[in-house]
Write a protein that binds this ligand. Structure first.
Ligand code: UT7
Length: 336
């Protein structure tokens, strides 16, 4: 008897949301001691999007991205089985942002939860969602990466405030048996890096008090150099590992979809994989580092150019430390 085809989880639709307000390098020059030349040469960033409306936060952006994703697929919210939201900027510590999105969407039959893995959050959530589909447990899983970094960035700290932006992206996962979908993934964490990138205040170790706020502990803190050193190796090695163990040559890969933390880290990863710039999705110039949203925002921007069967390697590195790479065979022809 011939083997029955392997069931995989394929991305069948993408939706994105970017807040309309832009924060340019020129704007930042007026806020801290920095300049456009430094920011562009050290990071590749020219501007980022900022969610200014104080009554809106991550769940709003996640819902907008999810709604667009479902509309494009012609799938009603009540056909969604599970919602996974990767974020480090939930609307509140609890309930989970996934619950707020479920309610706002009207996804009455869905369950879900948040995944906290910083800039690797979308990659980790994608694997989790894929397993729910591959196992036959669910037919449709929404995987969302969304972060409102502007709410935890210290706009007096020039070393971090120039980097981050806000945004959200969502993908729909459905079963496939044609060889497309998520085919392999490598994931790592190393908690020895926990001190290098974190939001120290507001958790159970240092609950919010006047003292923690006065000490600015509710803001994101990063040792940029330490993170850079690990990220440049981690992202490149994970991407290379995915290629090697699946016999993928540079010519087999249509695009590297890298986390957008720093153009220099992206270029080092592409070099390690043997890929030219034409095979690398880069939009950091316009959005900065949107943490869990960078990968689905790339997929949204490049969707029109993707064709069924294209091999993509997704790679990310973030706080934790967390990092990894995923081999994804794209499932449908995009329309320009
Ligand atoms: O996405 C999650 C994971 N995060 C990352 O992957 C980020 C990894 N790290 C980085 O991307 C880089 O380390 C940064 C972009 C954060 C910083 O770039 P760098 O080349 O590592 O700069 P640095 O921190 O080594 O600082 C170099 C100099 C310092 O001055 P001195 O000590 O050499 O006099 C900083 O004070 O640049 C100074 N500096 C700035 N100057 C102008 C730091 N920030 C700024 C700024 N404008 N915004």
């Amino acid at each position: 008897m011939p083997d029955s085809p392997r069931t995989t989880a394929a991305i069948t639709s993408v939706g994105t949301y970017l807040p309309p307000d832009r924060l340019t390098n020129a704007d930042l020059e007026k806020m801290v001691d920095t300049n456009d030349e430094w920011i562009r040469s050290r990071t590749g960033i020219s501007e980022r999007r900022i969610l200014r409306d104080p009554d809106k936060a991550t769940a709003f952006m996640a819902t907008e991205a999810a709604r667009q994703c479902l509309d494009k697929a012609g799938v009603a919210p009540d056909q969604v089985d599970c919602i996974l939201v990767a974020t480090v900027t939930p609307d509140m510590l609890f309930p989970a942002t996934a619950c707020l999105v479920q309610d706002a969407l009207g996804a009455t039959k869905a369950w879900g939860y948040d995944i906290s893995a910083a800039c690797s959050g979308f990659l980790f959530a994608l694997t989790t969602g894929a397993k729910l589909v591959e196992s036959g447990m669910h037919q449709r899983v929404l995987v969302i990466g969304a972060d409102t970094m502007s709410r935890i960035v210290d706009y007096t700290d020039r070393a971090t405030c120039v980097i981050f932006g806000d945004g959200a992206g969502a993908v729909l996962l459905e079963a496939a048996t044609d060889g497309t979908g998520l085919l392999d993934a490598v994931h790592h964490v190393d908690g020895t890096g926990a001190g290098s990138l974190r939001q120290p205040g507001g958790g159970s170790m240092r609950p919010a008090t006047h003292e923690t706020v006065d000490a600015r502990l509710h803001y994101l803190k990063q040792d940029g150099r330490a993170v850079f050193k690990r990220a440049v190796v981690g992202m490149a090695e994970a991407a290379a590992e995915i290629m090697e163990r699946n016999d993928l040559a540079p010519d087999d890969i249509r695009y590297l979809v890298p986390h957008q933390a720093n153009l220099r880290i992206i270029e080092a990863t592409a070099r390690r994989m043997g890929l030219g710039a034409d095979k690398v999705m880069v939009n950091i110039e316009h959005y900065g580092n949107t943490t869990a949203a960078t990968l689905p925002l790339c997929l949204g921007d490049w969707e029109g150019q993707l064709r069924a069967g294209d091999n993509l390697v997704l790679a990310a590195f973030g706080g934790g430390f967390t990092w990894g790479a995923t081999w994804l065979k794209w499932a449908y022809d995009g329309s320009e």
